[in-house]
Design a binder for this molecule. Sequence first.
Ligand code: COA
Length: 176
Amino acid sequence: MPALADAPRVPAVVFPIPAHLLDKEGRMFTVRALAPADRPALEQFYDNFDPKRAAQGLPPMGLARIQRWLDGVLPNGSHLVVERDGAIVGHAMLLPTERPGVNEYAIFLAQEVRGQGVGTQVNRVSVELARTLDLRGLWLSVEPLNRPALRSYEKAGFRFVPGTIYSPEIEMEMAL
Ligand SMILES: CC(C)(COP(=O)(O)OP(=O)(O)OC[C@H]1O[C@@H](n2cnc3c(N)ncnc32)[C@H](O)[C@@H]1OP(=O)(O)O)[C@@H](O)C(=O)NCCC(=O)NCCS
């Protein structure tokens, strides 16, 4: 058996989750799978989310609408939460689409963790998760004025769908 130092090097990947990562200021956050016990905290996260309905009408306004929306999305696809200091500060999801093997990607971060490189890293973890799930592609739509979203998606490897760049909702996709 070769010594550890001689063993083939395994490329560093952010998977498997939980992934313990650092934001641009060196503060730790964790990306992990959503657990059933997270539901009340996730509802609270979306109830506190500001501004509401800023990303294509999501998250919905009011706890009852948030609960209905979560009832619809949580049973499907794969869900990650972002945790900092024991609190949920983000939610990323991969949701099935009509195209076999292609999931829609969406991410929501609490205001206090935005603009610190967290979204870009969560996007990358989500892409790794999609690869682990043997998906063949990811797709998303985003409003053209949402610069942080556009940039964080580009940095994680999404590319613009030709013909949508001047649309009210830009589409981006990635082959896996
Ligand atoms: C969109 C979102 C996930 C991005 O995550 P984030 O952690 O804020 O973004 P990052 O810090 O990783 O920044 C990504 C890039 O956008 C840039 N950026 C961040 N905030 C910006 C701003 N307000 N204006 C312009 N560019 C900005 C960053 O500079 C970075 O690029 P760089 O590394 O080349 O400098 C997050 O802001 C969010 O949850 N927003 C509210 C919900 C939402 O819009 N979700 C997307 C729905 S489609």
